[in-house]
Design a protein around this ligand. Structure first.
Ligand code: HEM
Length: 316
């Protein structure tokens, strides 16, 4: 209980720090125009290669960006490896992050640093933001100009991690995202990130046969998936490597995998937005871009509060 209270206090302190307007002001798409003019092309090529090697690369990198930004801000603290094991990625809520996402960022960082002009001048936080965008774009999703100029954090600790859970209801989801300065519409658009990738059985198994909002044929299918294989998983929507609005159409049919996704349709306060995105992919793409940009502004570090990490895994 004391630990829970501490986590809430920590979350409140962190959310207050997230709102620093001066930190937001430094971000701009052309931040590296004279420092590393080919940055976007380099990251694009590297992400393309990572995606060719692993089908999980894109979903894993996109999810990594989310998990980074909501804890201590978008400062690549999720990448830090502490020798004493006390770091964000070792929190139980981060144990399902796939190594392929971390590798995608490390590869992109190596590619950037192999250009003498760029070497040690681009933050891991910015590479993560660019790689997340490329993961979306190269999966068929929207392209957008990523705001840049973040510095990397120096600190990562396991117990500060607070993330939304797959059994959250709409009020809990809204409370979490509003703590980051994001609206319900932002939250619904960002949940569309679940158009990519998969979830392991423990995240949805409890809904099978008990949650009446789940389509019965999906329930039968998932029962088979999870009972026959202890490491079973299912795709978050029917087209796990293509970024599209099928996620929202699935919700309309009760075919959402996670409770926190399906609730966006079953709760009438958010259903209208789900219907809108299900029928209008352009609207979803537009709102997703805007929400990703807002997410990318959370808790940004400056030269005074951060650094440009040489190795994304270790503070300098
Ligand atoms: C709204 C609250 C959210 C909850 C409760 C949530 C929860 C989850 C869970 C339980 C998984 C399955 C993990 C696994 O089994 O490996 C997952 C996967 C994923 N999430 Fe979320 N998530 C949320 C928001 C987001 C956001 C905002 C994004 C990005 C914009 C995102 C991107 C992803 C992606 C791409 C995957 C697939 C990862 C993979 O296949 O490796 N999620 N999420």
């Amino acid at each position: 209980m004391a630990r829970l209270r501490l986590a809430f206090v920590a979350a409140a302190v962190v959310s207050a720090a997230f709102m620093s307007p001066s930190a937001v002001a430094q971000l701009r798409p052309d931040y590296y125009a004279s420092i590393c003019p080919n940055l976007e092309t380099i990251v694009r090529g590297s992400v393309q290669q990572s995606m060719a090697k692993s089908p999980i690369s894109a979903p894993a990198a996109l999810r990594l960006f989310f998990h980074d930004c909501v804890v201590r801000g978008c400062d690549a603290s999720i990448m830090i490896v502490n020798s004493n094991g006390d770091d964000e990625w070792r929190n139980s809520d981060n144990q399902s992050l796939k190594p392929d996402g971390f590798q995608t960022i490390l590869n992109a960082k190596a590619a950037v640093d192999s250009d003498p002009q760029c070497r040690y001048k681009v933050s891991c936080a910015d590479i993560l933001a660019l790689a997340a965008k490329e993961s979306v774009y190269q999966s068929g999703g929207p392209n957008y100009q990523v705001e840049l100029g973040r510095y990397d954090g120096r600190v990562s600790t396991r117990d500060i991690v607070v993330l939304p859970h797959a059994n959250f209801n709409l009020d809990q989801l809204n409370a979490f995202f509003s703590g980051l300065g994001l609206s319900q519409t932002d939250m619904i658009a960002l949940s569309g990130g679940h158009t990519l990738g998969a979830a392991d059985c423990p995240f949805f198994q409890y809904r099978i046969g008990t949650d009446t909002t789940m389509d019965s044929s999906l329930a039968a299918q998932l029962r088979g998936t999870c009972s026959s294989n202890p490491n079973g998983f299912a795709f978050l929507d029917g087209s796990p490597v293509s970024f599209d609005n099928a996620f929202y159409r699935n919700l309309q049919g009760g075919r959402g995998l996670l409770g926190s996704d399906q609730v966006l349709y079953s709760d009438t306060r958010s259903r209208g937005t789900v219907d809108y995105y299900a029928s209008n992919q352009g609207a979803f793409f537009g709102d997703f871009k805007a929400a990703m940009t807002k997410l990318g502004r959370v808790g940004v570090k400056t030269a005074a509060t951060g650094e440009i990490r040489r190795d994304c895994r270790f503070p300098n």
